[in-house]
Design a protein around this ligand. Structure first.
Ligand code: M6R
Length: 609
């Protein structure tokens, strides 16, 4: 939530900051701003709305300012107004900051500062930081930032500039990301690496409490006490084109089509040709632990939760380990019972989701080993876990998660196979056959995306409906939850996803000839039961749009429309069956003229509880 970008160098900073913000816009888009350190002081421009509004407000005028800050906001404290947009300044206008995260004790700090004569121009928690720095301005910006840090509670990263020291930026972080980019005679701060990837690949991932002073020719790293520290610089391996639409109309459509590559990359090197699994990331847990494991807790939110739910079925069925899955915001407050023979898996593509991180920390403190599944190198989840398994989906910019979801499912299926192997829960022949089948899935996803499909016509027919019901069983039910979330978050159509067998206990009352029912019908063992549920739907006059595997004649006859997917083992099918649901949501939202990449009220990373 919220994106920060900072530049110190020898080039004009304005276009660099605006471009960096464009690359971070997925983090928040209700308002934005920039600060340019000009010879006559700091020039702040802010605007409400997405970045187009800021570009307009900033105008075409060039600026020679070589020190600059930018921010794109997702409102937490204070409505999305121009006053509340970042950057925020102190009383004198000599100090300006941008902040990502939450200052929890801002009310008491603000009261204290107001009593001392400070005047505030916004309702935000962030503004207190500028005034706290002002209190210590005589000691120099770096010392003043350190002093402010000592007074703040919460989780945040911020970067400050001062017109009294016009050659530098000072940044710090606590449980919220901030990275440094090192270029030739220029340095960058950013919430995420893509912000500066077109300028440099040399990256330093900061640690909590680091206070970093950037000048054009380098960085000074200190800890919170002011001691010099060393931080390792790494070369970032990813592509810069991730932030481009590459000919697609939207990031979401591009990312849907990137799923075969994301799956291939996530499986690469982890699944041998003979179908055996090589998952070095979890080897530290040890075979002995994997054998004696008595339970797995999975904690996650949103789409990541759905990936966990899908694979919870596979882990239980294949590895015979009981799995309990919970949304992280519930889990952390229900006093779960941990023990050393429980593995906790936190799934978060961004690695920043506050509730998931808190749940992982809780488990770790209670003595259960924690495995993080994330897509982002250096993210907070990688620090809060004992073991880390990465998806390799590449940067996902569309707020509605697509390729990270299917990559999560693939990575977790690898884990299920590894567990089944360690526990002797399946024969070697069964395991390698399933592993070989999993190797085929990226290719099947590619075939699926290349097929002519009726999805756009179906979207055209149903885009005006006021409600969609999704029904499935087993893993198909979990896929329905994900399909229903996709439709509601980008098209704003109310949806409900139900376990098909449960429909007759209530939701059947919703059925009539006006509400389409989407059914996910994989070839799992409960398929015959699902057929009866489809009959129940038809008997109430509702149209059935089914997602089914090729040649399933029964479904073909029972459904008004079928979105066909290639055949695979039913444990792996969710990777394929979710794709038509992503596309259905995408086209319905498109026909309604909605911005699928930036749905209202949402942000890509949810760093608040
Ligand atoms: O970064 P995370 O995977 O932890 O994010 C969790 C949810 O916020 C996220 O999946 C959200 O539900 C997406 N908007 C779904 O498309």
């Amino acid at each position: 939530m919220c994106g920060i970008v900072g530049y110190v160098g020898r080039r004009p900073g304005k276009p660099i900051i605006l471009d960096g913000l464009k690359r971070l816009e997925y983090r928040g888009y209700d308002s934005a701003g920039l600060a340019l350190l000009e010879p006559d002081g700091i020039n702040v421009v802010r605007a409400v709305g997405n970045l187009d509004a800021l570009f307009l407000a900033a105008g075409e005028d060039s600026s020679d300012a070589c020190v600059a800050l930018g921010h794109t906001r997702w409102a937490t404290h204070g409505r999305p107004t121009e006053e509340n947009a970042h950057p925020h300044s102190d009383c004198s206008g000599r100090i300006t900051i941008v902040l990502n995260g939450i200052v929890e004790n801002y009310k008491e700090l603000r009261e204290r500062l107001v009593a001392k004569g400070h005047t505030f121009g916004s309702e935000t928690d962030a503004e207190v930081v500028a005034h706290l720095i002002e209190e210590h301005a005589d000691e120099g910006l770096t010392t003043a930032v350190r002093a402010a840090l000592g007074e703040l509670e919460g989780h945040y990263s911020f970067v400050a500039m001062s017109s009294d020291e016009p050659d530098r930026l000072v940044g710090t972080r606590l449980e919220t990301p901030l990275v440094v980019g090192a270029g030739e005679h220029e340095m960058f701060f950013a919430s995420a690496i893509p912000a500066f990837l077109c300028h440099t690949r040399r990256v330093v991932v900061l640690e909590d409490g680091d206070v970093v002073t950037l000048r054009a020719d380098g960085a000074e790293y200190t800890d919170v006490a002011g001691n010099a520290i060393v931080r390792e610089e790494t070369e970032f391996p990813g592509d810069d084109d991730a932030a481009e639409k590459a000919g697609y109309e939207t990031f979401m459509l591009k990312e849907i089509h990137e799923q075969p590559a994301a799956l291939r990359d996530t499986l690469a090197g982890r699944l041998r040709e003979d179908g055996t699994v090589d998952l070095s990331e979890v080897e530290g847990l040890g075979d002995e632990f994997l054998r004696r494991l008595r339970r797995i807790f999975i904690v996650a939110c949103g789409t990541s939760f759905h990936a966990g739910l899908i694979v919870s079925y596979a882990i239980e069925q294949l590895a015979r380990v009981p799995v309990q899955i919970d949304v992280a915001s519930e889990f952390r407050y229900r006093r779960p019972v941990f023990d050393p023979d429980t593995l906790v898996i936190g799934i978060t593509q961004s690695g920043e989701t506050a509730d998931t991180l808190a749940a992982m920390r809780l488990a770790r403190e209670a003595g259960s080993p924690v495995l993080a599944l994330t897509n982002i190198m250096g993210s907070q989840a990688t620090r809060d876990a004992d073991f880390v398994l990465f998806t390799r989906a590449g940067l996902e910019i569309g707020v509605a998660a697509t390729k990270t979801h299917t990559a999560q499912v693939a990575a977790l299926l690898l884990l299920a196979l590894r567990l089944a192997w360690a526990r002797g829960a399946m024969s070697e022949a069964e395991l390698t056959a399933l592993g070989r089948e999993l190797r085929q899935v990226p290719e099947l996803a590619e075939q699926l995306l290349a097929r002519p499909s009726a999805i756009e016509q179906i979207a055209q027919r149903y885009h005006d409906e006021r409600f969609f019901l999704y029904l499935g069983r087993g893993m198909g039910y979990a896929v329905c939850l994900e399909g229903a979330l996709k439709l509601k978050e980008i098209s704003y159509i109310p949806t409900e996803a139900y376990a098909a067998g449960e429909m007759k206990h209530g939701p059947i009352a919703l059925l009539n000839s006006e509400s389409p029912v989407v059914v996910v019908a994989d070839d799992g063992p409960v398929f015959p039961k699902l057929v009866s549920n489809i009959e129940e739907v038809r008997a109430r006059g509702a149209d059935v749009i089914a997602v089914a595997t090729d040649d399933n004649e029964v479904i073909g006859e029972l459904s008004k429309d079928v979105l066909w997917v290639p055949k695979t083992d039913h444990h792996l099918a969710p990777i394929l069956t979710v794709i038509p649901l992503q596309l259905l949501a995408y086209h319905i939202a498109g026909i309604k003229g909605l911005n699928v990449d930036q749905p209202r009220n949402l942000a890509k990373t949810v760093t608040v509880e």
